[in-house]
Design a protein around this ligand. Structure first.
Ligand code: NAP
Length: 278
């Protein structure tokens, strides 16, 4: 068995260690979610991503409570939905998440999407209070383009920006800013929601290493500074596959080949999305 350097598996962000590879839970509901999270913990995932909008915080909470992973070994993220950003809503809303998750704090609380109906500094101020009281270890944002993130950093020590990021959509400006300002970029939909595993270029690269196209894409993301990722999979086999990405290395030429794929394909673009060039 290959020994894997612990520094490959974790990031250090603002003095906190974060497992780079997390388990995403969007669209896994009910018993499937509870069993999926329990299985992910058994496989070795120590970073779990949920959200109020996923309607599965209670199931994630039940799986965590039933498991035997010490709380301090787990990095748990949830997200406030965008109609909960008024300062007087933030606390009760976050408390609801903690109750459903059966924890006294989350490691990271994100604003799920920008919402310009509430001034950002007001929402970030309310999140800072939650942090002071220990209800959240860190707070951050999601779906903030680099320009908006720069603005957010003027008011608060944002810990993370969770954004769509895969071989067909780059995040160069954000990754550069993250390395400069010490925050995490969490790559969501890293498999482009199932398209990546079919990719011929990625498959060919994988063959040279005995790996799949999906594993190549995950490793390509995780080789970037300050980047974590959170693939979702419904089966045990796929969850194992997505976790086994640290026992091989991409060459510079292979990374360049993936960098060179067109980077203009967004798989998540709802009507409330911001101007992505902001
Ligand atoms: P994803 O992880 O890119 O892809 C999931 C899809 O890929 C599913 O259809 C899954 O199929 C398939 N898949 C997974 N592993 C595979 C493998 N090894 N081989 C072949 N196919 C595989 O998409 P995502 O769920 O959109 O993104 C991941 C997580 O990011 C979400 O679960 C959520 O936690 C987070 N997210 C956040 C936001 C945000 O706004 N902040 C938006 C989107 C996603 P099966 O499920 O059938 O196995």
């Amino acid at each position: 068995m290959t020994t894997i350097d612990a520094s490959l598996r974790a990031l250090e962000i603002q003095g906190t260690t974060v497992p780079k590879l997390g388990f995403g839970t969007w669209e896994i509901l009910g018993r499937d979610c509870e069993e999926g999270v329990s299985d992910a913990l058994e496989i070795g995932y120590r970073h779990i991503d949920t959200a109020q909008a996923y309607d599965n915080e209670a199931e994630v909470g039940r799986a965590l409570a039933a498991g035997d992973v010490p709380r301090n070994e787990l990095f748990l993220t949830t997200k406030l939905w965008r109609d909960e950003f008024a300062p007087d809503r933030v606390r009760p809303s976050a408390e609801g998440s903690l109750e459903r998750l059966q924890v006294d704090h989350v490691d990271l609380l994100l604003l799920h999407w920008p919402n310009d109906a509430v001034p950002l500094e007001e929402t970030l101020g309310a999140l800072a209070s939650l942090r002071e009281e220990g209800l959240v270890k860190h707070y951050g944002v999601s779906n903030f383009p680099a320009g908006m993130l720069r603005e957010a950093l003027k008011v608060a020590p944002v810990f993370a920006d969770q954004v769509e990021f895969h071989p067909y959509l780059g995040q160069d400006a954000l990754v550069e800013l993250a390395a400069e300002r010490d925050f995490m970029v969490t790559a969501y939909s890293p498999l482009a929601r199932g398209k990546v595993p079919q990719d011929e270029t990625l498959r060919a690269i994988g063959e040279a290493h005995g790996k799949t196209a999906g594993q190549v894409a995950l490793r390509w993301l995780l080789d970037k500074p300050n980047v974590a990722t959170i693939p979702k999979a419904s089966s045990h086999e796929r969850r194992v596959e997505n976790f086994e990405v640290f026992d091989f290395e991409l060459t510079d030429a292979e990374r360049a080949q993936i960098d060179a794929l067109p980077k203009d394909e967004r798989v998540i673009d709802p009507r409330w999305a911001p101007d992505w060039d902001a």
